[in-house]
Each structure stands twice: as structure tokens, then as C-alpha cells.
Write a protein that binds this ligand. Structure first.
Ligand code: ADE
Length: 237
């Protein structure tokens, strides 16, 4: 496969989960990418298979032991591509990082449970820390599935020509315009006239206007970037 993912987790049964269905699932079956899981607990050394312990210095919760996590990483890490640790403390995931990861031959993803992982093992392996957003999940597994869903669809051949990646939100810099399909009148609400006109230039103009309005209202941060990029383009001409 062009892209190999290895997930280190205490819950290997959570995978492939949603990644076994739809677009990612088809690509997995087609051999465009591969998914392996490593059960971190299999690398515990004592008879109770202990993977965590209390934090030095006190505080709530449990910390994953560096020796156990290190053994799992060493067993799994193919030496190709980055080791990613999912944590709310990480770099917030955006489309440019997603695209860069899709160009790697492989990624290894470490999912934390409990309060987190001993810092020394993250430092030792120079882990790339990534967050999927400013909220707290109960563990890294749902984040790993989210990250892989986003990355796999950027692997060449996974998304077909018809789905086209070019007019997506984080390519154009705008949120997407609203969509309509049959029936033409539903719940007493008709589809906007312009979409029924067959006039493609007007349709493009209307969609662009909608995308701009929605982006300005909902995402002033994206809007600023878009305005700046437009200005750059004007100056370049
Ligand atoms: N683990 C817990 N919360 C997370 C988040 N927001 N992103 C990535 N990993 C996490």
C-alpha cells in the first residue's frame, strides 16, 4: 500500500471501526492503504499486565508507563514516517498538515488513555503531538479515527475524479455553498431559482456569494485569510 498506518492502543477492538466503511473502507479493501493495531497491554511485563501508574508529584488520574509504551513503539514503529501522539496539547489539525501526512509512506499513532503518557517516552521518540480540536476526548482512539479518515482521503487514488477535492472548503479558503436536490419544492420551500436556470455563470456567481456570506458570518478567522489571499492575487496581476 502507498500509505501504512499503525495504531498503538489499549483498545485495538475499536479499529477499523468507521474506517472499515465507506470511502476509507473501500480503499482499505482495495489495498490503497493498510491499518495495523498494536495492543499496548501486550507489552506490559508484570503478571497483572500493568500499563499505568499514579503521577509523581500527585494529582488526579493515572499516567501510562514509559517502559510499556516504549516497548509497544519499538515493536511497531517501522522507522518510516512520524510517530504521532494525539493530545489536546498538540498542534491543532488543519488541512495542510493532513495533506503532508498523506504524503508520508507510513504513520504510527499513539493513543493515550487515562491522563496521558509519561513525557520521557514522547521526548525519546520525538513524537509529533496533534490535537483534533479544542475539546477533551476520553482517549486518543476517536481522534486517531478522525485523523486517519482525513488523511486517507488525501492518499492518491482514494477519492475518485468525480468527487474532486479541488472545490473543498480548505482548498478555496471558503466554507461550502448550500446544496439542493429533488424534490424541487419540499416542505413548501422551493429550490433557489438561479439553480433551476441552467445559466452556469450565474450559478457560479450565486454559489461564490453564498460561500463568502457564510464564511464571513461563521468564520471570521477563515474570512480574514481569504480576503488577504484575494488581495495578494490582485497585487500579483
Ligand atoms: N485526546 C483527548 N482529547 C483529544 C483531542 N482533542 N485531540 C486529540 N487527542 C485527544
Amino acid at each position: 500500500p502507498a500509505f501504512k498506518a499503525t495504531v498503538l492502543t489499549l483498545f485495538p477492538e475499536m479499529f477499523p471501526g468507521p474506517l472499515g466503511h465507506s470511502l476509507a473502507g473501500k480503499a482499505l479493501k482495495d489495498g490503497l492503504w493498510s491499518l495495523e493495531t498494536v495492543d499496548i497491554r501486550a507489552h506490559a511485563r508484570d503478571k497483572h499486565r500493568t500499563v499505568d501508574d499514579t503521577p509523581f508529584g500527585g494529582g488526579a488520574g493515572m499516567v501510562m508507563r514509559p517502559d510499556v509504551v516504549d516497548a509497544a513503539i519499538t515493536a511497531a514503529h517501522p522507522g518510516e514516517g512520524p510517530l504521532i501522539y494525539l493530545t489536546p496539547r498538540g498542534e491543532v489539525l488543519r488541512q495542510p498538515r493532513v495533506k503532508a501526512l498523506a504524503k508520508e509512506p507510513a504513520v504510527t499513532i499513539l493513543c493515550g488513555r487515562y491522563e496521558g503518557v509519561d513525557q520521557r517516552v514522547l521526548d525519546k521518540h520525538n513524537a509529533l503531538e496533534i490535537s483534533i480540536g479544542d475539546f477533551v476526548l476520553s482517549g486518543g482512539e476517536a481522534a486517531a479515527i478522525t485523523l486517519l479518515d482525513a488523511v486517507v482521503r488525501m492518499v492518491p487514488g482514494v477519492v475518485g475524479k468525480t468527487e474532486s477535492l479541488e472545490d473543498e472548503s480548505f482548498e478555496t479558503g471558503l466554507l461550502e455553498y448550500p446544496l439542493y436536490t429533488r424534490p424541487q419544492v419540499w416542505n413548501d420551500v422551493p429550490v433557489p431559482d438561479v439553480l433551476m436556470s441552467g445559466h452556469h455563470a450565474n450559478i457560479d456567481k450565486w454559489r461564490r456569494q453564498q460561500a463568502e456570506d457564510i464564511t464571513r458570518q461563521r468564520r471570521p478567522d477563515l474570512w480574514s485569510g481569504y480576503v488577504a489571499a484575494q488581495k495578494q492575487e490582485q497585487e500579483g496581476q
